[in-house]
Design a protein around this ligand. Structure first.
Ligand SMILES: [Zn+2]
Ligand SMILES: [Zn+2]
Ligand SMILES: [Zn+2]
Length: 263
């Protein structure tokens, strides 16, 4: 199984519309970051996506997504769900199961009220089966298990997701003790790291390093990155601030091999 980073950017994406800073003007393809999302795909094609942001369609085309077995949500901020309508193509024959915490699914029903209203035949809209989950819940998709990990993102409770030895924790600023237990033994960790400066609801680079020190994965990747620093700049920052550790900035299209314990 693989985890593919579909988008590694913060809520504006990079380049930021109208910004002329060196990172937004960069020619390095790794400095183009679409909104945060990730895809788990196994050798049989089973496909599970985490979040459906504004670039879901572009990301799904680029990653050659042929099927969608489940959508896992982290929270209902616009940069994580505003591509939801485009999952419609995968819901023609059966409703798509969408997993999120109570707050997230409640927001979804308000924000996308047309999806849940009875309307005339032929008006194309996605068919969704909303399934509430709480931290520690394990959901099964086909023969794969995914664990919901409760985190905080400022005052908002959000979910990270773990599959096998790999965890994807976007949009967070703390790993509560319960989450730490659920993340025990994780080998690959993708974690929110917005920028070097502090932020009120996201880990900054130092905060992400502290979380990595606590969770002790073999490898880690920063994600949900903003335009304060280029990909090359982050690599240099990491060489200086966490020498000898396998920590890198994620980038759109990065693929990580996921290990699954035999069940
Ligand atoms: Zn976000
Ligand atoms: Zn910029
Ligand atoms: Zn957010």
């Amino acid at each position: 199984m693989e985890l593919e980073i579909l988008g590694s950017g913060t809520s504006h994406g990079i380049p930021v519309v109208s910004c002329e800073c060196p990172v937004c003007a960069s020619n390095d393809p790794k400095d183009t970051r679409t909104r945060a999302s990730a895809l788990f795909r196994d050798d049989n094609g089973l496909t599970v996506i985490v979040d459906a942001g504004p670039e879901f369609r572009v990301q799904a085309l680029r990653a050659k997504v042929r099927r969608l077995d489940a959508l896992l949500l982290t929270h209902a901020h616009a940069d994580h769900i505003h591509g939801l309508d485009d999952v419609r193509i995968f819901t023609h024959f059966a409703p798509l199961s969408v997993y999120g915490n109570g707050e997230c699914l409640e927001d979804l029903r308000t924000r996308f009220d047309y999806i849940f209203k009875r309307t005339q035949e032929g008006g194309g809209k996605p068919h969704l089966n909303l399934v509430p989950v709480a931290s520690g819940d394990v959901i099964r998709v086909g023969n794969r298990a995914f664990t919901a990990i409760g985190l905080t993102h400022g005052e908002l409770p959000v979910l990270g997701w773990r599959c096998g030895d790999t965890a994807y924790l976007t949009d967070c600023d703390a790993i509560p003790p319960d989450a730490e237990k659920l993340l025990s033994g994780v080998k690959n960790l993708v974690i929110d790291a917005l920028r070097p400066r502090q932020h009120s609801t996201h880990f900054n680079f130092s905060g992400a390093l502290e979380a990595i020190d606590t969770l002790r994965p073999q490898r880690a990747w920063f994600t949900h990155i903003c335009h304060d620093m280029s990909n090359e700049g982050i690599i240099s920052w990491l060489q200086e601030n966490s020498p000898g550790k396998k920590i890198e900035p994620a980038w759109d299209g990065l693929r990580i091999e996921v290990g699954i314990e035999p069940s």
